[in-house]
Design a protein around this ligand. Sequence first.
Ligand code: PMP
Length: 340
Amino acid sequence: MEFNLEKLVRPHLASLKSYQTLRDFYMREKMTFLDANENPYGEFNRYPTGNPLELKNRLAGINGVKAANLFLGNGSDELIDLIQRLFCEPGKDAILVMSPSFVMYEIYAKMNNLKVEKLDLNSDFQLEKNTFLEKNAQRAAKILFLCSPNNPTGNAIENLEFYIQNFNGIVVVDEAYIEFSAQDSAVKLLAKYPNLIVLKTLSKAYGMAGLRIGIGIASEEIADFFNRFKPPYNINSESQKLALEQLKKSVQIEEKISKILAEKVRLKNGLNQISEITIVYTSEANFFLIEFKDAEKAYQVLLENKILTSLRHPALKNCLRISVGTAEENSKLLNVLAQI
Ligand code: PMP
């Protein structure tokens, strides 16, 4: 498939000059900075760099790519929005999403006045090649959002490469939960598919949801394009600093993931003993999609016991999505559920 980035981006962006700050260029020199109307006093008075290279180098190393392949967002939420805004013309273009999947693809599409085409997942929560090829034949959508492991179903999507290979626009593979799974990252496919963007986040396995750092990984050409048009100071200076400090503690991060995975096994065994539960779906993430005899009732009882869960998707009848917590939290959850 021939790939031409300029043909895919919104036409007016090709000639638009992005906001430029020369600050990064002069950062290493002893300069007097009177360029950005900052307050000269204070601890947080300076704008952050828009290109946090040390952080990017660290993230590049973790993901086996170069820093030039990365673009960062204020959470991957911001990147989902930005990807739509840079490629899709409001009132005209459409995105293609799996259903059920992460709701923000659709919410942003509605905010951006884009049409949303859906690929219904089958009873195993997998995509069907034929349904996909039919939609694809209509060539309506500009971006395909794949999510694997998928939120809220928890499973990994099979044959991802088939969908990437056969889509004529930009394919986004959202790997927010991949560190919990045995699945291979689609980052390995970047060399083969210039239309691919992989999204990762520090919010889940890395335990830094509060810092809001999302990671886009793509060809250098796509990454450069996003780096030019992203909001210039979208990762604040404290988040840059703290994320770097946390990432240096890689052993602790690994330990936390192992702990969550061990608790996940214990939680699943416990959930399988609860008579109100009809199915605990297989999960490759740090949560379970659970079908109850009466999910609304279970949700309310949990709420009365000060446990907040997620009453899921209109498309998923009688299901709750429940995160794996600490040993103590999971035991409390199991105790309350046992009493329903
Ligand atoms: N993608 C998926 C699949 C998610 O579940 C989430 C968070 N729930 C996000 C992206 C957004 O993550 P963040 O903005 O925290 O990086």
